[in-house]
Ligand binder design. Structure first.
Ligand SMILES: Nc1ncnc2c1ncn2[C@@H]1O[C@H](COP(=O)(O)OP(=O)(O)O)[C@@H](O)[C@H]1O
Ligand SMILES: [Mg+2]
Length: 320
């Protein structure tokens, strides 16, 4: 059996606002497991319940129902916590510290001795590319630099499991790529990474498994490839053709017909007779450039499921 690092069963959380009458069902019974050595992507729109799930796993809030274990320990667990690196959603750092001081502080909280603290801090500062910002205080750091400082801080205890809440939020495309590369590097070192994002492309590119969450419920769970239905939505065919060729017969059988200089692009329906179409094209003097099946993308699936969750939640806006 696979080694399970996070095991979440029927987790529920209802927030009660001070005005008692309003309850928010942030988690409506979420279950999933995360295997050791995996990058697990937790994706969903704002308000889906990602941060609530993560804060519950980190022992920061109490669930209203359900159970969860981290590294085999029931939450909340101090023992488990000491083997977990955590980057909160909007980390707050004392902004008069330098990166070295921030990491030293994090190391002390984990009871790491002075020599080892220095060794780890130096290595991590290098690794997240903040070497040249060593003497600056954190208040001079850009959003991207702060995010990298937060990542370094989360790695000071050399964790088995790294939990990152929206590590790429607020970053430009280069910053996002850097964070993704760092996550891949962590997996290469044998660590397990659980990270959330509302940006699907961040997760699609690197995750071994993905959970899509909306309105406090899991919409789907699986590898990126499993989640995308391998149904063929259509067949994109592109042919080279002379400008005076008669293309009526070719165009009629397809949709999305585009004719550009010397080229004709047609999308045939999934059940179209491709062979017959190619014969007509050949007779008209066309040369095939490309034939590509069009599949549903993870983005298509994501949009479909969020729309579905909205429809089933009706106008309650997650409140009961
Ligand atoms: N402390 C809180 N008190 C009341 N409602 C909250 C609290 N924190 C989050 N919520 C609500 O719970 C739902 C899920 O929020 P959250 O877990 O932050 O989602 P996400 O991280 O996916 O954006 C939202 O409707 C949010 O408004
Ligand atoms: Mg959040």
């Amino acid at each position: 059996m696979a080694d399970i690092v996070i095991d979440v069963r029927e987790l529920r959380k209802t927030y009660r606002t001070p005005f008692r009458r309003k309850k928010v069902e942030a988690l409506r019974g979420i279950s999933f497991t995360v295997e050791r050595g995996h990058i697990f992507g937790f994706v969903g729109p704002n308000g889906a319940g990602k941060t609530t799930t993560i804060r519950t796993l980190m022992g920061l809030i109490r669930p209203s129902g359900g159970t969860a274990t981290i590294l085999g320990h029931q939450i909340p667990s101090r023992t488990a916590r000491s083997h977990v690196g955590f980057l909160p959603e909007s980390p707050y750092f004392y902004d008069y510290l330098t990166i070295g001081e921030l990491l030293d502080l994090a190391g002390r909280l984990f009871g790491i001795d002075r020599v080892e603290r220095k060794r780890r801090a130096d290595a991590l500062i290098d690794r997240v590319g903040l070497d040249r910002a060593r003497s600056q205080s954190l208040k001079k750091f850009s959003k991207g630099m702060l995010q990298r400082a937060g990542l370094a801080q989360a790695l000071m205890n050399d964790p088995e499991l790294v939990v990152l809440d929206e590590p790429t939020s607020g970053l430009d495309p280069i910053g996002r790529k850097e964070v993704r590369d760092l996550i891949l590097e962590l997996r290469d070192q044998g660590k397990t990474v659980f990270f959330s994002s509302h940006i699907l492309t961040d997760i699609e590119a690197i995750a071994d498994r993905v959970a899509i969450v909306a309105r406090g419920s899991l919409q789907s769970l699986g590898t990126p490839a499993e989640l995308v239905k391998r149904t063929v939505l259509g067949i994109d065919v592109k042919v080279r053709i002379s400008d005076d060729a008669d293309i009526a017969a070719l165009s009629n059988s397809g949709s999305h017909v585009r004719r550009t200089a010397g080229e004709l692009a047609v999308t045939l329906s999934a059940d179209a007779d491709l062979e017959a179409w190619l014969e007509i094209a050949h007779a008209a003097g066309a040369k095939i450039v490309s034939i590509e099946p069009r599949h549903e993308t993870l983005e298509d699936l994501f949009m479909r499921q969020i729309a579905g969750a909205d429809a089933s939640a009706g106008a309650t806006d997650g409140r009961v």
